[in-house]
Design a protein around this ligand. Structure first.
Ligand code: FAD
Length: 469
């Protein structure tokens, strides 16, 4: 818990924010102090709601002068606890939701940090453009949060993570100064890149207040297929073919196991079996192309040959938008489908794509030997080498006992990841959940350099002090 905030600091913050620009009403604060899985809850003496970068700068300036800590928060969809304050000032960007500019010639949209991802999609589409990042939390996740966690989502395979989609950033640095880095250049080779430091910084190097983001053309054809197959090894082989044979049209390639599909069908209303029979593993594939009909044709060719070669067991290509959405719902509900099954050890890990199947095999053997009866649910963005590797309690097992073994169980999984030259956090960040553990897997040389950068920008460590190194 962070030290108590002096009363005079609270008064000055209220004064610069003005009426409606702050709250200490417990009811107003309540939804911002718990996260959606109910794993973390927090406290704050004040919710700051700046309406502009200038107001955000005034808040950070007052806090910096007094050594008072701040936790920034966007849509509160982060999965590692970094947005939940423990006594710090909670700075929410929810009143900074302006669309500042959209230029189809520069293929750029400039938005304030509190704008949701869904609103970015809508604004881009209205101008006949597309912003490609897509994730299940897009109705709430904000541009500031997406940048600060370097979010990935389902189309990383083709468009990259936020690191590749942000052209410029406006931010309040930890000393309270505004950095206007809202460029919209595709090329800018002028030394260190401050924008890239802020991306993935999880609120530790300042408050992102606006960003310019890359837009893409809307593609004319799109196909979504659900495929049943025998093993993750076969999924990796199919992925290699899909990359080679679809002429660059491959956009998403998501793996799911039968257990995960079974839990979605059991626990989430309105879901249906995607294929006639059951299969040990599934992939959802999406292709998209600028040429009418090309995405569908590429998908049909790929699947017909894979069936002929017995690389896959069955496949269905969505014939309508509703069917495509139903396929995606099976993927997007993989986490929600586990909620009613009790405690789970969650891992968001990555390995080189070529090692993905080995990782799933080795980790599952090790975990099942160490904790007999546990239920592994592995799913995720396998095209990026990223898998969500969740371990549920045995059926009828005591959730408290399972939860108590989480740290030891996770160490087994993460040690395998480290041996395969992978990462213990592929897309959700470290937050308060994994910051200490990440130190075990980084070299002292890297940790020293990262700490030096933070200390140079934030010598009093006021920005999200419990997060990262
Ligand atoms: C159902 C579901 C599906 C998800 N799927 C994916 C997925 O596929 N890929 C993926 O990458 N993530 C996924 N996530 C995780 C989450 O949605 C992302 O991490 C998202 O980027 C968080 O955005 P947010 O606005 O909710 O940020 P928050 O949760 O509010 O904050 C996250 C972190 O960013 C910091 N922060 C927030 N705003 C700012 C700001 N303006 N300036 C500085 N720091 C800030 C916070 O302090 C915190 O450390 C998923 C989450 C859910 C609930």
């Amino acid at each position: 818990m962070t030290a108590a905030v002096p009363a005079d600091v609270i008064s000055r913050l209220k004064a610069v924010l003005g009426e409606g620009g702050w709250s200490d009403d417990p009811e107003r604060l309540a939804p911002k102090l718990v996260e959606w899985r109910d794993r973390w809850s927090g406290t704050t003496p004040l919710l700051a709601l700046p309406r502009s970068a200038d107001q955000a700068a005034a808040v950070v300036g007052i806090c910096a002068a007094s050594g008072v800590a701040i936790t920034p928060q966007g849509g509160n969809t982060g999965l590692v606890g970094g947005q939940i304050p423990q006594g710090e000032i909670l700075l929410s960007l929810e009143k900074m939701r302006a669309l500042r500019d959209l230029d189809p010639f520069d293929d750029v949209i400039v938005v304030e940090a509190g704008v949701t991802l869904a609103a970015v999609h809508e604004a881009a589409l209205a101008a006949d453009r597309m912003f490609p990042l897509s994730l299940a939390s897009e109705g709430s996740a904000t541009v500031g949060g997406l940048i600060s966690t370097n979010a990935g989502g389902t189309a990383v395979l083709r468009y990259g993570t936020m690191r590749g989609l942000v052209l410029g950033i406006e931010a309040v640095l930890p000393n309270g100064e505004i950095w206007n880095g809202l460029k919209r250049l595709r090329k800018d080779n002028t030394g260190y890149d401050l924008k890239q430091l802020l991306i993935g910084a999880e609120g530790t190097l300042g408050v992102v207040t606006a960003a310019s983001l890359k837009l893409y053309p809307v593609l004319a054809s799109r196909a979504v297929a659900f495929v049943g197959l025998q093993s993750p090894q076969d999924a990796i082989r199919l992925l290699a073919r899909a990359k080679a044979e679809t002429g660059g049209a491959l956009e998403a390639f998501e793996l799911m196991g039968r257990r995960g599909i079974g839990l979605v069908l059991k626990n989430i209303e309105g879901q249906r079996e995607p294929l006639a029979g059951e299969h040990p593993w599934y992939v959802l594939i999406e292709t998209a192309s600028g040429e009418p009909g090309a995405a569908e044709a590429a998908m049909e060719r790929l699947l017909a040959r894979a069936l002929e070669d017995e690389l896959i067991q069955d496949a269905a290509i969505a014939q309508t938008d509703a069917q495509a959405k139903a396929f995606w719902a099976l993927r997007e509900n993989q986490s929600s489908g586990q909620k009613r099954e009790g405690a789970a050890w969650k891992h968001d890990v990555s390995v080189p794509v070529s090692r993905m199947a080995d990782f799933i095999d080795e980790a599952t053997r090790a975990i099942e030997a160490w904790a007999p009866g546990v239920r592994v649910v592995a799913f995720g963005h396998v095209g990026d080498g990223n898998v969500h590797y969740d371990v549920l309690a045995p059926v009828g097992g005591d959730p408290a006992v399972h939860a108590a073994r989480r740290d030891e169980g996770s160490r087994i999984v993460h040690d395998i990841i480290a041996r395969m030259d992978g990462s213990i956090s592929a897309e959700h960040g470290l937050g308060t959940m994994k910051s200490a553990e990440a130190l075990l897997y980084k070299s002292p040389v890297e940790i020293d350099a990262l700490r030096a950068i933070r200390a140079a920008l934030d010598p009093k460590r006021i920005m999200n002090p419990r997060v990262l190194f």
